[in-house]
Design a protein around this ligand. Structure first.
Ligand SMILES: NC(=O)c1ccc[n+]([C@@H]2O[C@H](COP(=O)([O-])OP(=O)(O)OC[C@H]3O[C@@H](n4cnc5c(N)ncnc54)[C@H](OP(=O)(O)O)[C@@H]3O)[C@@H](O)[C@H]2O)c1
Length: 163
């Protein structure tokens, strides 16, 4: 499997607050769309509910023990059930959050697309997991600015192999 995480985080790896995103950067939402389009996106039930509807032109997978059947998405009741179903899948799979789902997949991922926002939020209630930067190659964009908010796109890569 070829698993990538994609997220936008603040200086303390803040992800969200009260079930929503903290910062809404239009260019970054486009970056997210262009990166994930035509691929499979995997998310937790709370992130799915925050979207209101499935993401267009992507296969939407939701991990949930409680969500009712919905013909527009695929639902898996555990991470293990999902991994078994996608074991032989070669295309890049994008893990799109939230906190609980990033935590479950980070150890078996090859890439992390992290939009690093130069801002912080004291009332954030969900966070991206910390990871050991030494184990990853890093490529980063120039600093970008939108509505006074500075950020950059950083890609962390490694060659994860199942032991
Ligand atoms: N900044 C970003 O890039 C970004 C991206 C995505 C999300 N977010 C933010 O992150 C927040 C949501 O994160 P979160 O951690 O609270 O929620 P989440 O990960 O989106 O969803 C949690 C739910 O997923 C299901 N789940 C998780 N692990 C499971 C497992 N092992 N087996 C079965 N089901 C499992 C459970 O659903 P059931 O209760 O139905 O069983 C659980 O309640 C929101 O604020 C959102 O806006 C930010």
């Amino acid at each position: 499997m070829n698993i990538s995480l994609i997220a936008a985080v603040g200086k303390n790896y803040e992800l969200g607050k009260d079930g929503s995103l903290i910062w809404k950067i239009k260019e970054d939402l486009n970056f997210f769309k262009n990166t994930t389009i035509n691929h499979t996106v995997v998310m937790g039930r709370k992130t799915f509910e925050s979207l209101n509807k499935p993401l267009k032109d992507r296969e939407n997978v939701v991990i949930s023990k409680t969500l009712k059947y919905n013909d527009k998405i695929k639902i898996y009741r555990s991470i293990k059930e999902f991994l078994n179903a996608y074991n032989d899948f070669f295309d890049e799979i994008f893990i799109i959050g939230g906190e609980s789902i990033y935590k479950s997949f980070i150890d078996i991922s090859n890439k992390i697309y992290l939009t690093e926002i130069d801002s912080s939020c004291k009332s954030a209630d969900t966070f991206f997991p910390r990871f050991d930067l030494q184990n990853w190659e890093k490529e980063e964009s120039n600093v970008l600015v939108e509505n006074g908010i500075k950020y950059k796109h950083v890609l962390y890569k490694r060659d994860y192999k199942k032991i």
